[in-house]
Design a protein around this ligand. Structure first.
Ligand SMILES: [Zn+2]
Ligand SMILES: [Zn+2]
Length: 400
């Protein structure tokens, strides 16, 4: 079974396409259950670029119900909504949510104070803000949202990373504390694939946090955050598979704000690729899988072979270890520290997400060459192309 609970409509002012087109796209892609979850009108202001008006809301509900009825033989359609959490307005929001018979309510934090931090119109403020403080404030709000008890599912848990700004220091304790609160309250978390289409180039939340959810028994569900019909269900089948390798056992389904955890066995494997399914590899990068010492880099450059793509370079050599290791290098012409760090993260992530496909006992050095930073999927695709040419992918014969 394939599920996509996060679908918007053009009523919100920043999406396009008719609602029926979204449904047809979901059917075409083989989804069994979807839900519309358009933005609830804001309680503190009117912005036709962000949400529909209250006068339009009954029409939204009617149209979801009409489509659910019309397509009931083919696909299950749920009535959901995405509601902004705003501290101080909990009671008002609770009252609004009770007016309709929702199947589920997503809770989102899109604002820190008066700043719509994920709004492209307000992106400039990232350049002058204190990123560390912003992350703290964001996760504090997420915790308050979860504790409010107003929401069934927490949307895009680490949305604050959308434009790619990250604190210099490790912020995983913030995420861990947030996950503890989520686990206490029984709220579900969505794996939201829209981050792959954003500057950050990765899903919300990142797979490390997803592992944290699985460890804590937090129910998980899936959403594309589609704002146009062709985005429905995008990347969800492959991430269901990836999460299986991380230990995911079930998917949370919702009806009339009640949750049912469907076992994963109920899910037919619609896109079995690259043998992910029969492996139980944990997608983390441990210390022994990293090359850090300059002597090791030197050795790779002296003894290894090199090939270059448009954005990346790959150096590789056989090591005499049982693991393959990764070193990352950013060429000197890329000067800005934020750019260099972002590049390094992308390279490590491309390796991390595909390391089960790399042969054992290879030292790889990935080199970022281009000033412009590609999206994660571009980096990943180029990394795999180069690895294939180098003959270091599993099943490719000897390392060339
Ligand atoms: Zn939206
Ligand atoms: Zn959102």
């Amino acid at each position: 079974m394939l599920v996509d609970y996060h679908i918007h409509t053009k009523l919100c002012g920043h999406a396009r396409g008719d609602m029926e087109e979204y449904v047809r796209e979901a059917i075409r892609k083989g989804f069994d259950e979807i839900g519309f979850s358009d933005h609830l009108p804001l309680l503190n202001k009117v912005d036709p670029y962000l949400t529909m008006g209250w006068d339009q809301f009954p029409r939204y509900v009617e149209e979801v119900n009409r489509l659910a009825w019309k397509y009931s033989d083919t696909i299950r359609i749920r009535l959901g909504v995405e509601a902004d959490y705003m501290p101080g307005l909990e009671d008002e929001l609770g009252q609004m949510l009770e007016r309709y018979d929702f199947d589920y309510v997503y809770g989102s934090v899109h604002n820190i104070g008066d700043w719509g931090f994920d709004d492209s119109r307000e992106k400039d403020r990232w350049e002058s803000c204190d990123v560390t403080k912003t992350y703290q404030e964001y996760f504090d709000l997420v915790k308050r949202a979860v504790r409010s008890g107003l929401f069934d599912i927490l949307a895009h848990l680490d949305l604050v990373k959308k434009f790619g700004y990250r604190p210099e220091e490790d912020h995983s304790p913030l995420v861990d504390q947030t996950l503890d609160v989520i686990a206490e309250t029984g709220t579900a978390v969505e794996l939201n694939t829209s981050g792959l289409r954003k500057p950050v180039g990765e899903v919300y939340p990142d797979l490390k946090a997803v592992e944290g959810c699985i460890e804590r028994g937090i129910p998980l569900t899936f959403g594309s955050d589609a704002h146009r019909p062709e985005e429905v269900g995008l990347h969800i089948p492959e991430y269901i598979e990836k999460l299986q390798t991380l230990g995911l056992k079930g998917i949370a389904l919702f009806s009339k704000r009640g949750r049912r955890d469907a076992p994963l066995e109920e899910l037919p494997r619609t896109c079995v690729t690259q043998g992910y399914n029969d492996r139980t590899v944990r997608l983390t990068l441990s210390e022994r899988e990293r090359i850090r010492k300059s002597a090791e880099f030197d050795r790779a450059f002296e003894e290894g072979k090199k090939i270059y793509g448009d954005n990346l370079g790959l150096v590789w050599r056989q090591n005499d270890l049982e693991v393959s290791r990764l070193g990352v290098v950013v060429t000197r012409n890329i000067r800005k520290a934020t750019r260099r760090n972002r590049w390094k993260r992308l390279l490590r992530e491309a390796f991390r997400q595909n390391k089960m496909r790399i042969k054992e006992g290879v030292d790889l050095v990935l080199i970022a060459r281009s000033e412009a930073i590609p999206s994660f999927s571009e980096v990943e695709a180029e990394f795999l192309r180069l690895s294939q040419r180098a003959g270091i992918l599993e099943g490719d014969g000897p390392v060339r």
